[in-house]
Design a protein around this ligand. Structure first.
Ligand code: ADP
Length: 368
């Protein structure tokens, strides 16, 4: 019987449990044994009871659970070859040669590296006398498939990452709550949202809540952004708006590459010689990650989990490691490393302040 393992890694995101449930059940449906690796790569490196056979009923009710019930962790050991060697040994001890990993670009980079190194890791295990070549013959090819779990929607090549719509819904809900009090007191709120190098959450939350002004990393404002923001806010106030909402992505920069901070924006809105608004800062923080997944993320987790099992079973030694994406509402397989490299290109373009390049590499159209 083929043994397929599933793991969640990197930052948690709503929908990861749906992924585990779908993979476990599809693997069993296809006549395979399903295993869960607990605590991300840490579980692979340490082995033992962090690698557990999982049955159909073990994942009952997981669609509506937030976070990841099999745990996730940052694992320094997996950056080292010795850690990956231990991981290979643990997989072989459990008879596993197929791995589905749900995580962000870091986790997927680790996965690709592991697959590329696999033959040499096996050779090293034989050289060290851990196994004989004969014992390793059934393990010659490691099949790995990636799934993108991230609240940031920051991976190139897919329209949505598992968890991003849940985080977006939570941000919108939080802003609705803030708006009630903002409107009552005629206040301004500066809201900082997550997203690392990606402005998707900030931009979409701005569109969905009708924010007055938005700052994102990929498209810094012109140098006169202070005047522009104040004049837009002033105009909105003049036409009767009793609340002001400015959304800042945590990675937002100005054209010189300096961070736009909530305090900077608050001071401007509150400036007695200018707008003089009663202004508060709300950093949403980890509430954005928490809670149950919205329907879209459950659907994505389930359809992509099923596709991941199919992909892992169909993979041959010649197929490139793939990641499961969604493009124009269709679940598709894409070369994993190309998606990861394109993602890294965006971050690099932002770093060298080549914002046109950053914008052109994003899948979502970022309108003016
Ligand atoms: P995310 O997957 O959310 O981007 P990280 O970047 O923290 O999160 O990556 C999660 C884990 O993946 C790391 O702690 C490490 O164990 C593994 N990993 C990331 N990059 C690499 C790499 N280049 N080589 C080996 N392992 C890696």
């Amino acid at each position: 019987k083929k043994k397929i393992a599933i793991m969640t890694s990197g930052g948690d995101s709503p929908g990861m449990n749906g992924v585990v449930r779908a993979c476990v059940r599809m693997a069993i449906h296809m006549g395979c044994d399903a295993y869960c690796i607990y605590e991300g790569y840490e579980g692979l490196v340490r082995g033992g009871d962090l690698i557990r056979k999982t049955e159909w009923y073990d994942v009952r009710g997981w669609l509506s659970e937030g976070g990841t019930l099999i745990g996730t962790a940052r694992c320094m050991a997996f950056f080292e070859r010795a850690g990956r060697l231990a991981a290979a040994k643990n997989m072989i001890l459990h008879g596993i040669d197929a791995l589905i990993i749900c995580g962000g670009d870091g986790s997927l980079t680790g996965a690709d590296r592991f697959r590329a190194e696999w033959p040499s890791l096996l050779d090293e295990l034989v050289a060290k006398g851990e196994f004989t070549s004969q014992q390793l013959a059934p393990f010659r090819h490691l099949n790995i498939v990636g799934l993108v779990g991230s609240i940031d929607n920051d991976l190139s090549g897919t329209d949505a990452t598992i968890g991003c719509y849940s985080a977006l819904a939570r941000i919108c809900y939080a802003i609705d709550l803030i708006e009630a009090t903002a409107s009552s007191h005629s206040r301004a709120f500066v809201v900082e949202v997550m997203g690392r190098h990606c402005g998707w959450l900030a931009l979409m939350a701005g569109v969905a809540t009708g924010a007055d002004f938005i700052f994102i990393p990929e498209k810094p404002r012109e140098d006169n952004w202070r005047e522009e923001m104040c004049s837009i806010v002033e105009h909105h106030r003049k036409i009767g708006k009793r609340k002001t909402i400015v959304i800042i992505a945590e990675g937002a920069l100005d054209r010189e590459g300096n961070k736009i901070t909530p305090t900077m924006v608050k001071d401007l809105l509150a400036d007695k010689d200018g707008l003089g608004l009663d202004t508060r800062i709300t950093t949403l923080g980890h509430v954005q990650r928490g809670g149950t997944a919205v329907a879209y993320d459950r659907m994505l987790a389930t359809l992509q989990g099923v596709e991941a099992v199919k992909a892992v079973l169909e993979a041959t030694p010649d197929t490139k490691t793939c990641v499961i994406a969604i493009n124009e509402n269709k679940i598709v397989r894409k070369p994993l490393m190309e998606a990861v490299q394109d993602t890294k290109k965006v971050a690099a373009a932002i770093e060298r302040q080549d914002f046109d390049e950053a914008m052109s590499l994003r899948d979502t159209e970022f309108a003016d």
